[in-house]
Ligand binder design. Sequence first.
Ligand code: SF4
Ligand code: SF4
Length: 264
Amino acid sequence: MSETSKPTDDSGEMLDPLPKGESYRFACHQGVRCFTDCCRDLHLVLTPYDVLRVKRGLAMDSTAFLDRHTVQDTDPTWQIPVVKLKMEDSAARSCPFVTPEGCRIYADRPGACRAYPLGRAVRRSPSPSDPTRVEEEHFLVREPHCFGFEEGELWTAEAWMEDQGLGAYNEMNDLWMEFLSRYRPGSREDLAPAKWKMFFLACYSLDRFREFVFGTRFLSLFSIREARQEEMRRSDEALLRFAYTWLAYSLFGDPVLELRESPA
Ligand code: SF4
Ligand code: SF4
């Protein structure tokens, strides 16, 4: 593929397709001359799972985390609420989590930080034997300021994703993308203010969503198996999965929840 026919991302950077099985050389460590240069002046949109992981890693309440570390915006394509990591208010606009030694939330860093320089595009491709099957394609983001391509091991996309702990991120973010696919531009309706608020609560403000589910009459109105309730109490991930179910029911009218015949 010629240079000029390469796809570009939103920022105009070159994206190189990475066919399955092909590899690239890459390393990122304290010895690389650009170390942490990329952790500034970012427009880093956080997925709901990113928010879950970072706020949990910081042992922060979701409202406190969102207030302190994010800015709210509207996705121009999907017209839904999105949150972006708030950069420091300084000339460098550094990420609040970068230190001279690297990322201080490394174990829970956002999916985009983990995956870099690898990009992943997925599309649903259901088959009779696997209705949830997705097909994925990978590409490399080659930015001139990144010298990580000059050294290190050879990585396939699969090996890189495993090394960077992306399995849980891909699984949760694929659910998110599947949910978002309901909002295809042109086929969606604008979210009314109350629905907008609920969307934000369920996707990003997980601690408030937990209060909504467990601290109101919610469970007396909806029939949800005890085992699922227990899992949602124990696991943030289970609660976030349920948030998508709830939004599919409350925003789209999908028949994925049952009202109790008479409230408990
Ligand atoms: S620019 Fe590339 S090599 Fe340098 S710190 Fe960032 S990811 Fe690592
Ligand atoms: S979260 Fe960590 S890896 Fe991501 S930009 Fe901030 S410091 Fe860098």
